[in-house]
Design a protein around this ligand. Structure first.
Ligand SMILES: [Zn+2]
Length: 93
């Protein structure tokens, strides 16, 4: 699916339609020292440590793509709800 690099959309801060830049959200690097990661490692530790079945095959064939909209007037950023697409491409429009 082709996504245009710029779109004219409603900006919640300007309260009007403005030109907005589109970029793709990417999750950050996972930290091993984060609380949830340490808890997970502790639960998996030792005999009988796997507490939930490992996924034999993934249930979904697509991944959700979240787009970040940046207002060119006030520089406000907000995320759009993720949509499931197999392949995406940012194109100049
Ligand atoms: Zn704005």
């Amino acid at each position: 699916m082709n996504i245009p690099k710029t779109m004219r959309k409603y900006c919640p801060k300007c309260k009007t339609h403005t030109e907005q830049k589109v970029s793709i959200y990417k999750p950050g690097k996972r930290r091993g020292s984060a609380r949830g990661e340490r808890r997970h490692a502790e639960r998996k530790h030792g005999y009988g440590g796997q507490k939930f079945p490992k996924l034999a095959k993934p249930a979904k064939v697509t991944k959700k793509v979240t787009t970040i909209m940046t207002c060119t007037v006030c520089k406000k950023k907000y995320n759009k709800l993720g949509i499931r697409i197999k392949k995406f491409e940012l194109v100049a429009a």
